[in-house]
Ligand binder design. Structure first.
Ligand code: SAM
Length: 320
């Protein structure tokens, strides 16, 4: 076997000898102390089994666990019989708590940071303390694990070679539409990933239809790793109809937009389109009426509406 093969674990150097488990005794693995530093530990997003052995060992061995919500993390710690002291660390006390934790770390402490679920720092607290710890010369250890965006992506069936994660879409309609329009106009057709809430998903889909058109490929990943895990795959129009027909929409949601050639082509290359092609593209991608599409094209080409209409009539009549 090639020594660089990912399967050849024996050839991989250990990151830190101090972290390696030692011999077993009656109480289970006798662990050498963890190296001092900040441990960013991913926790399950639903299924309590989705946590690594290393994460459990780190949570058991650190001096303190900084939690987004200590009550939420207590469920996980109780499940695994971990009795490490916890302290709250959330957006409201992030800066004061960070300074306190950094002082402990500077004195050689070992602190774990966890969010309520998933990977800290991803649409969750974690990035601020990481930056501050780096500035203070403290070693940081990522302890990888569950993440909703990546779990949704790998099972979505959408291309995963390149993708963009955006966190939550803005909650206000105007800002949401502006964000979506900017994406539609961006040049790279890639899979786009958003976190969304059940009470905003219908509005988000409606805005996606307005911006990208009703045939935009969409995947909705709901309640990942939980009892009612569900993947809905289809066009924006189909998924809106499906969700509208339900008496209620519940659970946690990841919303994914597949790359469509029109993402980039609809606006980025309009200079190369004839007037009638541009009108047709707007009708197709944005579900505009012929009249509205003509109005838009007239404006973008700086010509009058009647001029645009005449040109449109002339070229489309030609093709009939
Ligand atoms: N840090 C987390 C991670 O690594 O995925 C994300 C935290 S963010 C505050 C919470 C959002 O993530 C939810 O509103 C939802 O959009 C998404 N999410 C978290 N767990 C999920 C799950 N089990 N199924 C689907 N989406 C989930």
């Amino acid at each position: 076997m090639d020594s660089d093969s990912p399967l050849d674990l024996s050839s991989r150097p250990e990151r830190s000898a101090v972290e390696r488990p030692a011999v077993d005794d009656d109480d289970g693995p006798l662990l050498k102390p963890l190296a001092p530093g900040l441990y960013l530990v991913a926790t399950p997003i639903g299924n309590l089994e989705d946590i690594t052995l290393r994460a459990l060992r780190v949570l058991r061995s650190v001096d303190r666990i900084a939690c987004e919500d200590t009550r939420q993390t207590a469920k996980l710690l109780n499940h695994y019989g971990i009795r490490t002291p916890t302290v709250s660390y959330h957006i409201h006390n992030e800066s004061s708590r960070s300074s306190e934790l950094i002082e402990t770390l500077k004195a050689g402490g070992r602190i774990a940071v966890v969010s309520d679920a998933g990977t800290p720092g991803i649409a969750d607290p974690g990035a601020t303390i990481a930056a501050e710890a780096i500035a203070a010369g403290i070693t940081i250890y990522p302890i990888p694990g569950a993440n909703a965006a990546l779990s949704a992506l790998i099972a979505s069936g959408l291309p995963a070679e390149t993708f963009t994660f955006h966190g939550f879409l803005p909650s206000k309609e105007g800002q949401r539409r502006t964000t979506l329009e900017a994406l539609r106009n961006s040049s790279e057709p890639t899979t786009q990933i958003f976190y969304e809430t059940p009470h905003r998903i219908l509005d988000a889909l409606t805005d996606i239809i307005t911006t990208f058109g009703p045939t935009q490929p969409i995947v909705i990943a709901r309640e990942l790793t939980k009892l009612h895990e569900e993947f809905l795959r289809g066009t924006a129009d189909e998924l809106l109809t499906t969700l509208k027909s339900r008496p209620s929409i519940r659970g946690e949601i990841v919303l994914l937009l597949g790359p469509t050639p029109t993402n980039s082509a609809s606006t980025a290359t309009t200079e190369n389109l004839t007037l009638s092609e541009e009108v047709a593209a707007l009708i197709r991608t944005e579900s505009l009426s012929e009249k509205d599409a003509l109005k838009r094209v007239a404006k973008s080409r700086n010509i009058s509406k009647s001029e645009a209409y005449r040109e449109y009539q002339r070229t489309t009549a030609h093709k009939r």
